[in-house]
Structures are given as C-alpha cells and as structure tokens.
Ligand binder design. Structure first.
Ligand SMILES: [Zn+2]
Length: 68
C-alpha cells in the first residue's frame, strides 16, 4: 500500500518580518512567493531601485580617466 508523501509543514516555519518595500508586517514563509516582501509590487519596486543604483555605479567613470 502506497503512502502519499506528506507536504512539509511549511506553515509552522513562517516568520513575521517587515516588508523591505513598505514596512508592513508580512510572512517570510513558503506560502509567500514574494518573501521577504509583502507583494509583487513591493518586490518589483525594490529591485528597480537596486538596479538603477547598480547601473549608476557602473556608468560612473573610474580608473579609465586616470590613463590620460
Ligand atoms: Zn510591502
């Protein structure tokens, strides 16, 4: 007789955290695909800010100008 695999009890592993995007309390758990954010909107917003900052750093002239 086969025994169906029991899903891991992810619900018991949920941790309440503050969303880095808006500061609202949310759950860091397998049930939250946007963790540690509360929603896709907060997740996307934070990534956008990080990306633009990252590009700005890359675009800044650095040692290349010292060669003159
Ligand atoms: Zn949020």
């Amino acid at each position: 007789m086969m025994t169906a695999p029991t899903p891991a009890p992810a619900l018991t592993k949920a941790i309440e955290v503050a969303c880095p995007g808006c500061g609202e309390a949310t759950w860091y758990s397998a049930q939250n695909p946007y963790r540690p954010f509360c929603s896709a909107r907060c997740q996307g917003h934070d990534f956008g800010a990080w990306a633009s900052e990252h590009y700005r750093v890359n675009a800044a002239p650095t040692a290349a100008q010292d060669e003159e």
